[in-house]
Design a protein around this ligand. Structure first.
Ligand SMILES: Nc1ncnc2c1ncn2[C@@H]1O[C@H](COP(=O)(O)OP(=O)(O)OP(=O)(O)O)[C@@H](O)[C@H]1O
Ligand code: SF4
Ligand SMILES: [Mg+2]
Length: 370
């Protein structure tokens, strides 16, 4: 049986992306560039959009596919059918090696794919389809109900603006404080919550350490009280102790605020114990997903098993060998019609190379899931 997704070599019924690449933007990346602050702050929070329903899941993604422009007018099929579900107060980590499609998934959710990209599939936030939003609709959603902490804190923060002003910006932009003083107090209290004092709040980004910058970005993303926070490798630039601190902070914020967290990481061992559920991504496809505890206790997919076996172990003796994954994630133009993990898989069979396995909601593997 062939997954219908695999027949879609060319995008059908897709939407071309017209939004500029986020890293070409100033940080308010989580808030739309060029938008002006609202003239008047509203009392309380903005009204619920008419399409939102209380019973709808926070995030529902089905068959998300993305094509990127390649050389000579070709299209690179980068995401090949990703399904995600996330409830309020829940946390899901999307794990995979470099190049597996984690950031593209996040950018697709944020409506921030590179120019010329095309998208198909369903992305619903609180029952509202994000695929049908125009730019004005995105302005109301991005940074407000859906916010992202980007991979590189230095490029995501505006070097010319003090941290406090950058945290105040989304509060004012979305009309969440009646005046400047209230917005300042709110930003200071948020910065305090993420562990930055008033002196650090008034600093420029270059005056802060890597860990402090990452905390500032988290405060910025939280400023408009988003329903869903996407954090893309928020600990990459940090040492081991700070990594744990930032992950613990995110975990605490999910519990306090009842928001959803989509955490992106290449580090299964570091992340898995700080989220409720895991999704393992490879070659633009989900390989396995499920509750974190169950998945770690018994990883079933050969890729999950390989990632887990390759983790560094504290206290491992010199005689205990490491099991690094041989080979690399294939480049997009090297992905064939079959299972993307086939060239590295110890269980590979001829049909794995010919046909990609069907995603059954938990696994995509001919040998393990059948
Ligand atoms: N703008 C682009 N043009 C062409 N290819 C791209 C572009 N952005 C990403 N890709 C490719 O898409 C694939 C997935 O990239 P993505 O950035 O999502 O990976 P990732 O899982 O986030 O990796 P990392 O852990 O290194 O951040 C990779 O093969 C990457 O080279
Ligand atoms: S489908 Fe085949 S190649 Fe892919 S993970 Fe399963 S056994 Fe390995
Ligand atoms: Mg990435």
């Amino acid at each position: 049986m062939t997954d219908a997704r695999d027949r879609a070599d060319q995008p059908a019924n897709l939407t071309a992306n017209t939004t500029a690449h986020p890293f070409a933007r100033p940080p308010a990346a989580a808030t739309p560039a060029g938008a002006s602050a609202p003239a008047v702050a509203r009392a309380g929070l903005p009204p619920t959009p008419p399409t939102m329903t209380a019973a709808a899941p926070l995030l529902r993604v089905r068959d998300l596919q993305v094509w990127l422009p390649g050389r000579g007018g070709t299209r690179l099929h980068a995401l090949r059918g990703v399904d995600l579900d996330l409830e309020a107060g829940d946390s899901l980590a999307l794990i995979g090696e470099s190049g597996s499609g984690k950031t593209l998934t996040a950018l697709a959710l944020m409506g921030l794919l590179p120019d010329g990209a095309a998208v198909s599939g369903e992305i619903d936030l609180q029952g509202q389809s994000l695929r049908s939003l125009d730019e004005a609709g995105w302005c109301a959603v991005r940074g407000r109900r859906l916010a992202m902490v980007f991979q590189e804190p230095l490029t995501a923060l505006n070097p010319l603006q003090r941290v406090l002003a950058q945290v105040m910006e989304p509060i004012r932009l979305h009309g969440l404080a009646p005046d400047r003083d209230t917005a300042r107090q709110r930003a200071l209290s948020l910065l305090d919550r993420v562990g930055l004092d008033e002196r650090q709040a008034r600093a420029y980004p270059h005056e802060l350490s890597g860990g402090q910058r990452q905390r500032a970005l988290i405060a910025m993303a939280l400023a408009a009280e988003p329903a869903l926070l996407i954090a893309d490798e928020p600990t990459t630039a940090l040492d081991a102790r700070l990594r744990l601190q930032v992950l613990d902070l995110l975990q605490a914020l999910v519990a306090e605020r009842g928001m959803g967290l989509l955490l992106i990481s290449h580090d299964l061992a570091l992340t898995a114990r700080r989220v409720r559920r895991l999704g393992i991504l490879y070659g633009g496809r989900l390989m396995e997903q499920g509750p974190a505890a169950a998945l770690l206790a018994q990883p079933r997919h050969p890729y999950t098993q390989a990632l887990w076996a390759a983790r560094p172990r504290l206290g491992a003796g010199r005689d205990q060998p490491l099991h690094p994954l041989p080979g690399n994630v294939p480049a997009l133009d090297q992905l064939g019609p079959g299972c993307p993990f086939a060239p590295r898989c110890p269980l590979v069979q001829p049909r794995c190379v010919a046909q990609a396995p069907v995603w059954n909601g938990q696994l995509a593997c001919w040998e393990v899931a059948g």
